[in-house]
Design a binder for this molecule. Structure first.
Ligand code: SF4
Ligand code: SF4
Length: 352
């Protein structure tokens, strides 16, 4: 279908929202509560646009594109609305010092919108009586003062993670994100997936470790999670040669669509653990394990496998692979079993 966007004829596909069309056209329509992985809610009012024939501005995240529509995203009315709305958000939320941006989930979108779109009149500060919740869980920190109540964390937890550990609670200025009976996340259905951190537009949900970390000195390295065979893609944030935290690549770009589980996102301590093997070990004639090079270890394995096959036949061998390996590694193990050693005795732990 065709519609007119800021005076230009553009195309839209069936089922697309106006926000989808504006993004494809490269327009900067600000959002706080919009996220492709959950249903639109239209609660933050940042993405309102002018639709000809509509008395009120309409939320582009929830408004379907239609044939012949005439839409304005940069009219004076829309700009005035955005600036006044940002003034209202700022009356209730202090932004961090510009020189020291704290890592806040995906970055502080509220700050970015203020920089991109400006604000209206300065409004008196709202003294919202939001309560802090004691939460001993090791990973997720919630800072009520930074929360703009977009409900995105709750929708993610419900619609993507299907857990519903958190919810909007309270009324008016006291509204906040809560758990049942204000319990810590460890005492709820929370799976500590960290998805609420990823989607939070202001960093009100943030990683506890990142509160102590200067993320500007980190380098992100793309890797594949090795906790299971799904192959989730990770961004490993490295500082001083150590992985200090893990985030997911953008939704829609990798197999895990921006999602991670508790292990992939938070279990990084094993990487530098002192008990971790860093070289192969070969058991010597003395019965003890001795450090060896990879060449020595592979020679020992080849000698052992070939010796068993020569003495007892191929079916005396069995190859067991792991669901922690990638699909490619599992493929190579069965190839080794069948093509190199001529036995179908191969198995993988996830198949049991
Ligand atoms: S960590 Fe995951 S399961 Fe727990 S509250 Fe956040 S989104 Fe829900
Ligand atoms: S914690 Fe973040 S995602 Fe959740 S409602 Fe508040 S601002 Fe939105």
């Amino acid at each position: 279908m065709k519609l007119t966007l800021n005076g230009r004829q553009v195309e839209a596909r069936d089922g697309e929202t106006l926000l989808d069309v504006t993004r494809r056209e490269g327009l900067n329509v600000p959002t706080l509560c919009a996220e492709d992985r959950v249903d639109p809610m239209g609660s933050c009012r940042m993405c309102l646009v002018e639709v000809e024939g509509q008395r009120r501005l309409q939320p582009s995240c929830a408004w379907k594109a239609e044939e012949g529509q005439v839409v304005e995203t940069e009219s004076d009315r829309v700009k005035k609305h955005r600036q006044l709305l940002l003034s209202m958000y700022l009356a209730d939320h202090e932004l961090d010092d510009d020189d020291l941006p704290r890592e806040r989930g995906t970055g502080n979108k509220l700050r970015q919108h203020v920089l991109d779109h400006g604000t209206g009149p300065k409004l008196p500060a709202v003294e919202a009586p939001r309560l802090y919740r004691d939460d001993a869980n090791p990973y997720v920190h919630f800072e009520p003062e930074a929360c703009v109540l977009c409900n995105l964390c709750v929708r993610y937890c419900d619609e993507v993670e299907a857990v519903s550990a958190i919810t909007l609670a309270g009324r008016g200025a006291a509204t906040t994100i809560a758990t049942v009976e204000d319990k810590g996340l460890l005492d709820t259905t929370c799976e500590l997936c960290g998805g609420c951190i990823d989607v939070c537009p202001t960093g009100a949900m943030t990683e506890k470790a990142s509160l102590l970390s200067d993320f500007r000195t980190e380098t992100a390295v793309r890797s594949t999670c090795n906790f299971c065979g799904v192959g989730c893609q990770l961004n490993l944030h490295v500082r001083d040669d150590k992985v200090v935290r893990v985030t997911s690549p953008e939704p829609g770009t990798t197999v895990n669509d921006g999602n991670l589980c508790v292990k992939g996102r938070f279990a990084t301590e094993f990487i530098n653990h002192e008990d971790r093997l860093t070289t192969p070990l070969i058991r010597g004639a003395d019965g003890q394990l001795h450090e060896a090079t990879w060449d020595e270890a592979l020679d020992a394995v080849a000698k052992g496998l070939n010796g068993i096959r020569d003495r007892h036949g191929s079916d005396a061998l069995g190859f067991i692979s792991s669901s922690r390996c990638t699909g490619e590694e599992n493929y190579l193990v069965q190839k080794l079993s069948r093509a190199a050693f001529g036995t179908n005795n191969c198995h993988q732990c996830a198949a049991t």
